[in-house]
Write a protein that binds this ligand. Structure first.
Ligand SMILES: [Zn+2]
Length: 288
């Protein structure tokens, strides 16, 4: 179960990994907490009055298409996008939006879905949200709370029989070393490359690769599908954006993995790992 804040996050964070596991026969469910109603239209070609007037509906269609491309099941949790507050100081959050819903209320909804779907593994964001969008930080809080609560029969007794998810991971997609390798490849080929400014401004404090990544999943075969799924969110992504600048062949060769951090586990593990399900088969066999 991959838990995400907005439609399109599932296609930019750990997407190739979900496509891989689905392709290998696992049941994979993407859960989207909010409808993405406050997302800006980031693709100039899609910034049309008829799209702006029905953005919630458009984003539902885009999400359905992306889920189909990734080969995953999909569920909405039904909360309302909080938007990214901009300004100094930032304006207050809109009334009723996801980030203002009491934690317990949001947790109960996710617990209900966990107890129904019964995943062995969950993925979500770290405590910084991957980037500081209030819905991403809330996504982290709700996922961790639901991972714990779903297994506890005393909590939310009306939300189904308890289910213990065995492992919880954080996505780590924003990695300096990867960006650097790709940027160097652009330069080797006499091209400018889109990452120079990012790399220049990078705060070493934000380096997660050595400090936090525990698990690297080889999934290069699915990079094409990841990009197709991302492009399915046509209002959210400019097809000319830097996301698509590095040829897939370079990515396959230079960085064929997606990165995760094992945050909690109920099975014995040996780190580093190359598989989100490592240790689970033994455990499930023993239960049989
Ligand atoms: Zn998001």
């Amino acid at each position: 179960m991959a838990v995400h804040a907005h439609p399109d996050d599932e296609s930019s964070k750990g997407a190739a990994t979900t496509a891989k596991y689905a392709d290998e026969g696992a049941r994979v469910m993407v859960v989207t907490l909010t409808g993405g109603e406050r997302g800006d239209i980031l693709n100039p070609a899609m910034d049309l009055p008829e799209v702006r007037g029905r953005i919630a509906e458009v984003r539902r269609d885009e999400m359905a298409k992306a889920a189909e491309i990734l080969g995953v099941e999909h569920r909405w949790l039904g909360f309302v996008d909080s938007g990214l507050p901009e300004g100094d100081p930032p304006p207050p959050l809109p009334e009723g939006c996801f980030a203002t819903v009491p934690l317990e209320q949001a947790t109960e909804r996710l617990v209900r879905l966990i107890r129904e779907f019964r995943p062995h593994v969950m993925t979500t964001y770290d405590e910084n949200g991957g980037y500081p969008h209030p819905d991403h930080i809330r996504c982290h809080q709700v996922s961790v709370a639901a991972y714990e609560a779903a297994a506890d029969y005393r909590l939310f007794p009306d939300a189904g029989p308890p289910w213990a998810v065995l492992k919880l991971y954080y996505n780590h997609g924003f990695i300096r070393q990867r960006m650097k390798l790709l940027q160097d490849e652009f330069e080797k080929n006499g091209m400018e490359g889109p990452f120079a400014k990012w790399l220049e401004r990078w705060d070493p404090e934000n380096d997660v690769f050595e400090k936090r990544v525990t698990t690297r999943v080889e999934c290069a075969k699915y990079f094409g599908r990841r990009d197709d799924a991302l492009r399915a969110h046509a209002t959210q992504i400019d097809p000319n954006s830097f996301f698509f600048a590095a040829p897939i062949e370079w990515q396959e060769r230079l960085w064929p993995t997606e990165e995760f951090e094992l945050a909690r586990s109920r099975v014995p593990v040996r780190l580093p790992e190359t598989d989100l399900f490592a240790g689970i088969e033994d455990h499930v066999d023993k239960l049989d």
